[in-house]
Write a protein that binds this ligand. Structure first.
Ligand SMILES: Nc1ncnc2c1ncn2[C@@H]1O[C@H](COP(=O)(O)OP(=O)(O)O)[C@@H](O)[C@H]1O
Ligand SMILES: [Mg+2]
Length: 388
């Protein structure tokens, strides 16, 4: 949408003398004013064309008054800027109009210079609003493009490489399998990044669809960890599991929890050098077994936590690069990577942990990290149990 100069102004005023004075002043200031003598005519003009960029709207008019015109304009998709004109003594009404969405108001009798200044300001404001809308639309288009035009072909690429890797199109040697697998891993990383970005966006706009049901966390965690065991082996990293059998159920979205664990394990693999270790655990925590006190003070804990009988604690610990303590909080922010781990060099966009935090919180849980630079890191998730 091209930004046009808002030079056409509609004066909505039932008193011809005032309308004329405004018209002359606006014309001499380089604007292109037109007049409407009542609310009905004004609405017809403004809703019927997008030529007008600003309306000077008298509040008190016979028939549809200025407030009603303003309301109807704001309920339509007409984004004309409005400056209300109120008679002396009806300033309260003018303030009310600002709340409804008017840009400004003028009290009659007004000084023409002041009126022109306000018109100019409303015009700049309107340009900013149009620009904001344009950016929002661009963002929306970008997300649509990500999900449809990038993710779908990526999935097709993975499928084709996989067929080759399995030798279904002819024999492949060990080295070729390794290269094809690494191509698949890289594609999967991109898909994971797209998913993280899309889901963060869905959470933000309240459109994240979750199917929260009771699940046995051990089963989900074991499955994810198994998917990472081959990559760990290839990288010379020992992956161990400590999953208690009698852990109670938690209320989560299965797919989201799988992706949370996938992000945490993916990070541990990425930041742990060959010869290192990754340990995944799943335990039941019961007060007064107050592991709860491990929660860092900057985490806002749901108010019902002290009354809860039990929690499930999921942890992913590694012997990797670690994270400086002053960065433990901000790595969960979007696009944030720790200074110690040279994340950018290792790929990634700093979105995984943001997704994890939003998803864990949507299950009523908390997530935090513990680490010291060079000492490895541990990511801890605490989730209330459904029953025991
Ligand atoms: N296990 C880990 N060991 C060391 N640093 C980590 C670990 N997990 C996360 N980080 C740090 O947190 C940052 C953010 O992680 P994340 O949100 O998953 O983004 P990305 O993996 O795309 O960089 C990483 O770039 C890294 O600096
Ligand atoms: Mg990551």
């Amino acid at each position: 949408m091209a930004i046009q100069t808002p030079d056409k102004i509609l004066i909505v005023e039932d008193e011809p003398d005032i309308a004329l004075a405004l018209k002359i002043a606006l014309e001499s200031a380089g604007y292109e004013p037109a007049c409407a003598g009542d609310g009905e005519t004004a609405l017809k003009i403004l809703l019927g064309s997008s030529d007008y960029h600003l309306a000077l709207l008298d509040i008190r008019m016979p028939g549809i008054d200025g407030v009603e015109v303003l309301k109807r304009l704001r309920n339509s998709n007409c984004d004309v800027a409005t400056i209300m004109m109120s008679g002396h003594g009806s300033e309260d009404l003018a303030v009310e109009c600002i709340k409804i969405g008017a840009e400004d108001y003028l009290s009659k009798p007004f000084v023409l210079d002041d009126m022109l200044q306000r018109v100019d300001r409303a015009r700049s404001h309107r340009l900013a609003v149009i620009e904001k809308k344009r950016l929002e639309q661009e963002r929306e288009d970008f997300f649509m493009m990500l999900s449809h035009d990038m993710k779908n072909p990526m999935t097709a690429v993975i499928g084709s490489i996989d067929i080759m890797r399995e030798g279904r199109l002819g024999p492949v040697n060990e080295e070729q399998v390794e290269y094809l697998q690494s191509a698949i891993d890289s594609c999967n990383e991109v898909v994971m990044m797209i998913d993280n970005l899309l889901d963060i966006r869905r959470f933000e706009v309240g459109k994240m669809q979750l199917s929260i049901q009771p699940y046995n966390p051990v089963e989900i965690v074991r499955k994810v960890a198994t998917q990472f065991s081959r990559a760990a082996e290839r990288d010379g990293i020992r992956l161990s599991l400590d999953l208690k059998d009698d852990v109670p159920g938690i209320a989560v979205d299965r797919n989201a929890l799988t992706r949370i664990m996938g992000n945490l394990l993916g990070n541990s693999l990425k930041f742990t050098p060959e010869g290192g270790e990754i340990a995944v655990s799943c335990n039941c925590i019961e007060p007064p077994d107050l592991h709860l006190t491990r929660i860092p003070p900057y985490i806002s804990v749901p108010t019902d936590y002290p009354d809860r009988q039990c929690f499930v604690m999921l942890t992913v610990r590694d012997t990797g690069t670690g994270i400086p303590s002053d960065e433990l909080k901000c790595i969960f922010d979007r696009y944030t990577q720790s200074s110690s781990s040279s994340g950018r060099e290792r790929g990634g966009a700093g979105l995984g942990l943001s997704f994890c935090k939003l998803a864990v919180e949507s299950f009523g849980g908390v997530i935090w990290a513990e680490s010291e630079a060079g000492q490895g890191s541990e990511f801890i998730i605490l989730l209330p149990c459904v029953a025991k």
